[in-house]
Design a binder for this molecule. Structure first.
Ligand SMILES: Cc1cc2nc3c(=O)[nH]c(=O)nc-3n(C[C@H](O)[C@H](O)[C@H](O)COP(=O)(O)O)c2cc1C
Length: 303
């Protein structure tokens, strides 16, 4: 994501475990997303795997040596738009993992925001916000080793004190990061808590040397414009709304039945595990029920 290409990147599919697999990413691109992040993948998975060229589906599959299960897949259509998000707590492991994936993506992102124990207990995710020297080493190691055409990015959350977030972003910029996605919530906050766009605005006014992606409570094209007006940030990362109706990227929402049908077709065409596809479709159906009942009020509460 160098300066010239980052200008073109506007709408981004956020990383989402279980949801952001190949069919969802392809559908997000069809509906107008500029970049798609993979679900977080823990670096050690890439260290003990082989790549299977699945000719029947025209996809590549990363298969664990231990379990013989596929933990990641991709295809040519998304090559120039795909950012693979790593869960990592070590620069060398991150680089070894990145080596297994870089021919097939556009960049590597480091998850520095996940609050869940499975991530933080290994020093990954939001634990990196407390270990800036390790976070810096991961970014420096990736930037030093990756060819320039691949971006190195990070996704973080807000610190309790604004200045600490600003300092952390500056530290990442000095370590060579190409862009930082900021989920505008603190580590202890959950989706029901309102995203703090006023902090995003203050961060954006202090950080001028690295592109920022704004994330949190974007549910529509109007929200993207509102975030731009309120914060100055014009690169937007969307998670839950994409999970519910990924046509959010085109502006006007497509009928959810069309979205579900197309998703199911893409899942079939990409050899996606049935249980995973079923889970994603259930999330879309849930949204459809909400739109009929209380979704509108839920969203307005969170704003
Ligand atoms: C189902 C789900 C899975 C998620 N998985 C990840 C993940 O793998 N990596 C990550 O950095 N954030 C993850 N997140 C957080 C989102 O990327 C995003 O930061 C958060 O949901 C706020 O954006 P939103 O208000 O648009 O939902 C996940 C969120 C959801 C809803």
């Amino acid at each position: 994501m160098d300066d010239s290409s980052s200008q073109k990147v506007k709408k981004v599919l956020a990383p989402m475990v279980r949801v952001g697999t190949l069919p969802m990413r392809l559908l997000a691109l069809e509906y107008g997303a500029d970049l798609v992040y993979s679900e977080e993948i823990i670096d050690r998975n890439f260290l003990d795997c082989y790549i299977h060229n699945n000719e029947k589906y025209s996809i590549k599959e990363w298969i664990s040596n231990k379990t013989q299960l596929c933990f990641f897949s991709t295809c040519n259509q998304e090559r120039d738009h795909l950012i693979v998000q790593l869960g990592t707590s070590n620069g060398n492991c991150a680089w070894k993992a990145a080596e297994k994936i870089i021919p097939f993506c556009r960049g590597i992102d480091v998850n520095m925001g996940c609050p869940l124990l499975y991530s933080t207990k290994g020093g990954m995710g939001s634990a990196l916000l407390k270990t800036p020297e390790i976070a810096s080493d991961i970014i420096k190691t990736l930037r030093r080793n990756l060819p320039n055409e691949y971006s190195v990015t990070a996704k973080i959350r807000l610190f309790p004190v604004l200045q600490d977030t600003i300092d952390f972003v500056h530290m990442l910029a000095n370590s060579g990061v190409d862009a930082v996605a900021i989920h505008a919530r603190q580590v202890h906050e959950r989706a029901k808590d309102k995203a703090n766009w006023s902090q995003l605005a203050q961060i954006a006014s202090h950080v001028v040397n690295v592109p920022l992606l704004g994330n949190g409570d974007i549910f529509s094209l109007q929200d993207m414009q509102r975030m731009k007006d309120q914060t100055g940030i014009s690169q937007w990362m969307i998670a839950r709304m994409a999970q519910w109706n990924v046509s959010v990227f085109q502006g006007t929402l497509d009928c959810i039945n069309n979205v579900i049908l197309r998703y199911a077709k893409l899942a079939e065409e990409t050899n996606t595990y049935y249980g995973l596809a079923k889970y994603c479709i259930q999330q879309m159906i849930k949204y459809q029920k909400w739109t009929r009942t209380e979704f509108a009020s839920k969203v307005s509460i969170s704003k």
